[in-house]
Design a protein around this ligand. Sequence first.
Ligand SMILES: [Zn+2]
Length: 359
Amino acid sequence: MAANTIDTNAFYQESCEANYVKVSDIARNVAWTTPTEWGDLQITINLSKPEKDPRAIAAAAKAGPSEKPDYVDPATGRTRPCPLCVTQEDVDCGYARRLDLAGDQWALWYSPYAYYNEHCIAMSWEHRPMHIDRSAFESLFDVVDVLPEYFFGSNADLPIVGGSILSHDHYQGGRHVFPMEVAPLSESFDLPSFAGVQAGIVKWPLSVIRLRGADRAQVIGAACAILDAWRSYDDPRVGIVSHTGETRHNTITPIVRMKGDQYEMDLALRCNITSEQHPLGVFHPHEELHHVKKENIGLIEVMGLAILPPRVQQVMEERGMSRDDVGRVFGQVLEHAGVFKWDAEGRAAFGRFIAQLNG
Ligand SMILES: [Zn+2]
């Protein structure tokens, strides 16, 4: 039966001792911070994980669990039909714990190759696609209610702007302060229908609305109103296209954390429209930055922690780049992913979207 809480200190320690968390491998990663106008960005060169091409991720997005279980779990060595399909065996051996979220069966485990402290994954027991909607927001609030010591966030539910796995519903969490969390608000605004919620625009290269309030129903209500408005929002002046025929392009990367007795929710507005000039995405790192980053800008990077592939070490040598040079390129990568830029045109466009929320 699912527990309604987990002792994360004990579970994390057990996961390390059992070598489900590859502590010694993680120690090989190269990590540093680079001061930028967006704060101290965090950079990690991951020396264990292969880089994925955004087009391959898009192709795999609709896949079900494979017929033969051919994915080898790096933590347990067991094969599974998909990287995130949990079995009772995983629970029995102590690798995963069960969790109830929004009345639904979930499981939690620690990422074998953690990108930050106590990097955990919450995944639905059922194999079903990622989705960003009210039920996802409810589940995210449920998980921080149960584990208030951790932040939790979800990748977006569309290719290019989502994470590397779109076919299995999951969130990432952990005990870590990301640069975005400490970024200040550049301005505040009211949401008259949600008087108990403070809202503002975060001074951050991606376009992020921050909500804060003690009343969870109000914060979730405000988040749903913003998601609904954003999903169908077009602004051709700044390249935002919500639909091509039936195909939707706009979505949100949501993050939830507790600040004392208040919920704090960051909503990064995303758009995966492509163009002839930018076939991998208009709001995706453009080609001139691909020597450092061409993968999807997922949840972790949205928050200001770059996970760069090993080849970047070689690029640094060949181009004579310092670590801070790489950090500054990562700042530009995040700027490319922002739908409302930080020039006068972009700020005016963000203002128009906020005005529509209250219209
Ligand atoms: Zn699965």
